[in-house]
Design a protein around this ligand. Structure first.
Ligand code: G4P
Length: 529
């Protein structure tokens, strides 16, 4: 047995992802109830930013403040230690979500049975596919009149390019919703609204679907339909191939209603059985085996303390191998220095506790005064970075206009630190010094403006730029790349790591340049390492 095998095998680190309003917060809360981490419903402060708050930036910051506490929620269920990483629901913070997905080993995707696949669902799944992250699908709101179950599954399969494998099967939806049939352990789970976490009295085990108990429970018509559906579904799918799930090729599907705590336990029980424990990870140098004795981990999220009196930030470290210990020295690879942490904390949902040790799969909050940026690695001496932590092509661009020349230095520092945190991306015009900020959402500009002033005393304005996308450009033909950057110099910028970026005014320009320059590769994401 390897040194930390027991600790590693008991951990499951995952995130719940969904389009806003599909039910992520509600499902999170039910999972915490099962884990005994909270006692009553309504105890989880949602970190979601309500739609009406989009103009109320202070409200957003207040909510972001709350969200630190719920960034990671750890709880035990049936001897498994579950680390649930929260992701912001608001689309303007989508990059935060994408990066959090690099720190999990699997995800649960919530889909609203009425709305089916939505915008954010698509984007989030794209990110999961980049890493072949195993996915379990929870089809929520079965108590509403949703789409036809077969049509819905087909839509999800087609839109998200993933094979689905139903684990439970619904009996009707909306006000006729009667429950689900568990295809795996052949039991009928009858729907009752607002089921308590431990309630299992409405489960009927059915060894033979022809048993007339089905008629008693469901009525003739629904019993017959269920038999037909099950025959069809079983015929197509057979038993779940766990290898395919672990490879991100097949997603087990559960139907339920989060707000009624229905169908959630079936999913959770399957989740702890099949979801992967922390796995080995690729780095710039070698594969780091999760069972190695030596510590390694990376920073995937940085949360600033918005109180100007406390300039510290919290950096979130995902542990990938070894044991993390309080007060022990580790190597900060990028800064080439030894660092130690006297108050690392864990995120057991009941409280934020200082911890003595942590293991692969765990996330530790480290107080930081500005030494970390996203993608930084801690090791016990070796030099490498974990790969696959992407920067995404931003979609809104603005030039930074300094309103107070006396504060130029503070501004430069502020811009560097905020972009290290991953709030936005900074581009410098090629051969010039125009600074352009690229974000995925408008809200970030407000956040940046506010924080530059509050934390750095720098006052800025933004000037809109007519770009539609930023693409990182590379080529094996150096001359062609040089020529392209020269001819297009007004559309070329450098990112913070001096990588070349092409700023396209429109899709048409982008397509034209791609066609005219077949030797140049246009990338829509850039890996930090
Ligand atoms: P999100 O985090 O994905 O954005 O979604 P959230 O859980 O906040 O759920 C969005 C809305 O959908 C909430 O209603 C929630 O109560 C409701 N909901 C969640 N699960 C179900 C379900 O299984 N069936 C039905 N019918 N509704 C569900 P809301 O009115 O926006 O908020 P609230 O005032 O009820 O909290």
């Amino acid at each position: 047995m390897m040194k930390y095998e027991k600790e590693i095998n008991k951990r499951r680190t995952f995130a719940i992802i969904s389009h806003p309003d599909a039910g992520k917060t509600t499902l999170t809360e039910k999972l915490l109830l099962f884990g005994g981490a909270i006692q009553t419903a309504g105890a989880v402060k949602s970190n979601k930013i309500k739609k009406h708050a989009t103009s109320d930036f202070m409200e957003i910051e207040r909510q972001r403040g709350i969200s630190v506490a719920t960034s990671v929620m750890s709880f035990e269920y049936n001897d498994i230690l579950i680390n649930l990483l929260d992701t912001p629901g608001h689309k303007d913070f989508a990059e935060d979500t994408y990066r959090t997905l690099t720190a999990v080993d699997s995800v649960i995707l919530v889909i609203d049975s009425v709305n089916g696949v939505e915008d954010q669902t698509r984007r989030l799944m794209e990110v999961c596919r980049m890493r072949d992250t195993p996915v379990i699908v929870f089809i929520n709101k079965m108590d509403r009149d949703g789409k036809n179950r077969f049509d819905l599954l087909e839509e999800v399969e087609k839109e998200l390019s993933i094979h689905l494998h139903p684990m439970t099967w619904p009996i009707n939806s909306g006000k006729d919703f009667k429950g689900v049939y568990n295809l795996h352990d052949k039991s009928l789970v009858l729907f009752t609204a607002n089921t308590k976490a431990s309630d299992d009295e409405d489960v009927v085990t059915i060894s033979d679907l022809n048993n007339t108990v089905l008629e008693d429970k469901l009525g003739d018509r629904d019993a017959e339909t269920l038999r037909e559906d099950v025959e069809l579904v079983d015929g197509v799918h057979g038993p779940l191939n766990i290898e395919n799930y672990l490879a991100g090729k097949v997603a087990p599907v559960f139907f339920g209603s989060a707000v009624n705590n229905f169908g959630v336990k079936e999913m959770l029980d399957t989740f702890i059985t099949i979801a992967p424990a922390p796995r080995s990870r690729e780095t710039t140098k070698r594969l780091v085996d999760v069972q190695e004795d030596k510590l390694s981990g990376f920073i995937f999220k940085i949360h600033a303390n918005l109180d100007p009196k406390h300039r510290d930030r919290i950096a979130f470290l995902r542990i990938c191998s070894g044991r993390f210990e309080r007060n022990k020295y580790y190597k900060h690879v990028r800064l080439e220095k030894e660092v130690r942490f006297s108050n690392p904390y864990s995120f057991l949902a009941r409280s934020k506790d200082v911890i003595e040790e942590a293991y692969p799969g765990d996330v530790v909050g480290l107080f930081d005064t500005g030494g970390f940026k996203i993608g930084d690695t801690l090791t016990e001496g070796e030099n490498f970075y974990f790969t696959g932590i992407p920067s995404f092509s931003p979609e809104i661009f603005k030039e930074v206009v300094n309103k107070d020349p006396m504060k130029t230095k503070q501004l430069e520092k502020g811009l560097l630190q905020l972009t290290d945190e991953g709030v936005a991306q900074l581009f410098t015009q090629f051969g010039g010094n125009k600074k352009i900020i690229g974000c995925v959402g408008e809200l970030q500009f407000e956040v940046i403006q506010y924080r530059l002033l509050q934390e750095y005393g720098a006052s800025v304005e933004f000037r809109a730029q007519p770009y539609y996308k930023a693409c990182w450009i590379t080529s094996t033909d150096k001359k062609k790349l040089d020529d392209f950057t020269r001819f297009k110099s007004s559309n070329i910028a450098e990112d913070k790591d001096k990588h070349l970026v092409y700023l396209a005014q429109s899709e048409w320009f982008l397509n034209t340049e791609r066609q005219n320059n077949p030797d140049i590769e246009f990338h829509f994401t850039s890996e930090i390492h």
